[in-house]
Design a protein around this ligand. Structure first.
Ligand SMILES: [Zn+2]
Length: 142
């Protein structure tokens, strides 16, 4: 099969979701998910190349896989993930520590965790700074 740019992009999207799922979902669920998305075993081979291309070669393996030796609680209290899996749809979402995740907590009526609280504060600071910069620019150019 010819590997088009669109196909590579699809494999990249799957690789990214797979990386998120490996950290958060049950291995057997991940196997089923992968086989359903990629029924052709040749694609599993291709996916290895896509995943390998994303591995930073300047960092030790032990550092990149440190999360595998941590408990779920340790992982959740560590640096927030940039993404999370929606258990209902299986889709990748922005993880805690992002304004998107904080808004999601609010929509669901959940309390904000420290990472999401910081993300909202940082976003508000940025908005205020932008507003002031714009207001100042309007004063100067008037
Ligand atoms: Zn959160």
């Amino acid at each position: 099969m010819e590997l088009t740019d669109a196909r590579v992009a699809e494999l990249e999207r799957i690789a990214f979701q797979f990386a998120a799922r490996v950290r958060t979902c049950d291995p057997e669920d991940n196997r089923r998910w992968l086989v359903e998305l990629l029924p052709d075993p040749h694609d599993w081979f291709r996916l290895n190349f896509v995943l390998a291309a994303a591995v930073p070669e300047d960092r030790p393996w032990s550092e990149m896989t440190r999360w595998t030796h941590q408990t779920k609680e340790e992982r959740e209290s560590a640096v927030p993930l940039a993404f999370a899996i929606d258990p209902a749809s299986g889709r990748v979402m922005k993880g805690c520590g992002t304004p998107a995740a904080a808004r999601r907590h609010k929509e669901r009526g959940e309390d904000l965790d420290p990472a999401c609280r910081d993300a909202i504060r940082a976003e508000n600071r940025l908005k205020k700074r932008r507003y002031r910069a714009k207001a100042t620019a309007q004063l100067v150019t008037r």
